[in-house]
Design a protein around this ligand. Sequence first.
Ligand code: PEP
Ligand code: MG
Length: 747
Amino acid sequence: MADSTESGSRKLLGRLREAMASDSAGQERLDKITHLIANSMGTEVCSIYLFRDEDTLELCATEGLKAEAVHQTRMRMGEGLVGRVARYGKVVNTPDAPAAKGFRFMPETGEERFSSFLGIPIQRLGEKLGVLVVQSRDTREYLADEVYALEVVAMVLAEMTELGAFVGEGAALSPLHQQSVLLRGGTGQEGTAEGHVWLHEPRVVITNPIADDPHAEHARLKEAVEELRVGVNKMLEMSQNGDKEQLQVLEAYRMFANSKGWMRRMEEDIARGLSAEAAVEKEQSQARARMEQVSDAYLRERLADLDDLSNRLLRILTGQGKETGVDLPPDPILIARNIGPGELLEYGRSLRGIVLEEGSVGSHATIVARALAIPLVVHAKRITTEALNGDHIMVDGDQGIVHLRPDDTVVTAFRDKIAMQAEAQERYASIRDKPAITVDGKQISLVMNAGLMADLPSLPSSGAEGVGLFRTELQFLVRNQMPRRSELVALYSRVLDAASGKRVVFRTLDIGSDKVLPYMKPTDEPNPALGWRAIRVGLDKPGIMRMQLQALIRAANGRPLTIMFPFVAQADEYRTARAEVDKTIALEERLGHVLPETLEVGAMLETPSLAFAPQKFFDEVGFLSIGGNDLKQFFFAADRENERVRRRYDTLNVSFLSLIERIVERCAISGTSLSFCGEDAGRPVEAVCLAAMGMRTLSMRPASIGPVKSLLLRTNLDDLRKVILDARHRGEQSVRPAVMEWFRQNR
Ligand code: PEP
Ligand code: MG
């Protein structure tokens, strides 16, 4: 910079503010700004590129390049040096641009005359807005001080863009947060929803990025940071005896709040003319940009902590709380980076849909969304930066797609899809009370999976014959402390009341692996899915298991009771657990409690080993239920939570179906009742194939009962079985192509 002192920087920002305040159109402002920057930096060129769509940058203003190139020169993300700055959100500083990797020659700009190049990303809190470039004829690398000064300018430009200062003609100058956007993520919970955006964490708006009086801003920042530190210390004191993970987060907060580097960088930004809040946001933006680059989970978490802390600081500085005064819309679609299960339960069924920027298919929030049957899209990148409170939004949980501010054609197509689904639901309602009897006269029992009280109303409405899997751990997962026995008695009793005599299979606590209780000491296991989980925890901690068994017996209070142990890998585990049930029954009798009218005790078959247990085990066990999610994960050695591998192996793979067939045969020999309760039971094609292999009870999400029954009613299982066996005989890897072809022909 010609005048490379802090005061030079402040002067430039002061002029930028004047340009902002002037009553000019967006284009004029941009032109003025490029002129000002080139002048102040002593460079021949200053250009501003803005995004015209997600992937294309457009030259929007320039001092020094050919004027004809403005709004004509475009490049894709990653293309040329400018595209590289945009893609990686990182500065490119080179003395010899034409020799630099990725340089793209653009004759229309007259650019070949310039040698040195400095490109700075214009970004705001992870949102990529454009690129600011200065260029000079001489071969020189820009000094660190100059780079820094330009970063401050880029930060102000980002704020101005956000505030709509550059709105004008053409796509690149169109206002932000008004265009329709399609975001692709992953399915958390199927279903479709239309509604209006409700931001879980409303954005902080900064209207004053530039400040005149650095001393006053310093003082404001210091005061706010002090308030933040006091707050963090208080939180730490309060949670000393609490959950380890939360403590870790708070410790990280404290570390950042006391970090000298963080403070120093913000003070330097202020010295250069930024307001205190703009300085905080600049740091936050850079942390977000880094977050996109790092793959290390621990580092990402720490950057996310820094992000949260910056938000707190911004709220202190701006006085903008979480309460924005806006009411929850009547059809809210919740948007958040992530959300805890407890917070989600608080919103409860008031939500029409949920879109998470992060999240995962196995997270607790997803489990709750599923239990509440709220369509959920996870991994929807950019949603928290794109969406504004009140925006019209459509969520397609089946495809993992989100339409934000959709245009009319999308709205019509989407509503057609919803209408078709509603029609299908009506059709399903009409067969609700019909038994699921196939064309060749085989009756399949369809039951539902549940885990929360909120699931129970679906029992009558879905047509389920009972609850084939009640995941008791959900009650433990959504709390901050271990539920008391009396609470469990009350809950299980209400579940049985709601089931009004229909069979409910209570699965004992299935924790560990992906389901970690917030209040249990985390065990640092290298491979939690293969670690200390489910019945292994129950057998090692008989106190918890007994407490749960007592609660179940008392809740039954003379009614029939069905108990199932998860993740049994060998017969002895079942035997020990079964003995625990008998001991508890004896204890309860001694204590004078009424015993269940009948008692069934069974096991889940989730590990291949159990399928090959001695036949004696099949004789002993009360019943078996195949936990297909886990069984498939262990059979194919493919993590059910890992997006890279989880869809790699087909349930209709011949090996897997042969395993199912074998289990069916072994149960038949012993006369042991068998069901299937993994997610595949709720997928119509998979479900009928399982039935063709001999499964007679399928347990699934309530919403799947209609579609599965509808297909069963139209299927001849004997014929389908032949198709499957023929495909196996031909040596095919998966029977899916043959099955789908058969369905097409027999439609
Ligand atoms: C399964 O593994 O298939 C199952 C039903 O249990 P969960 O999904 O709760 O592990
Ligand atoms: Mg399981």
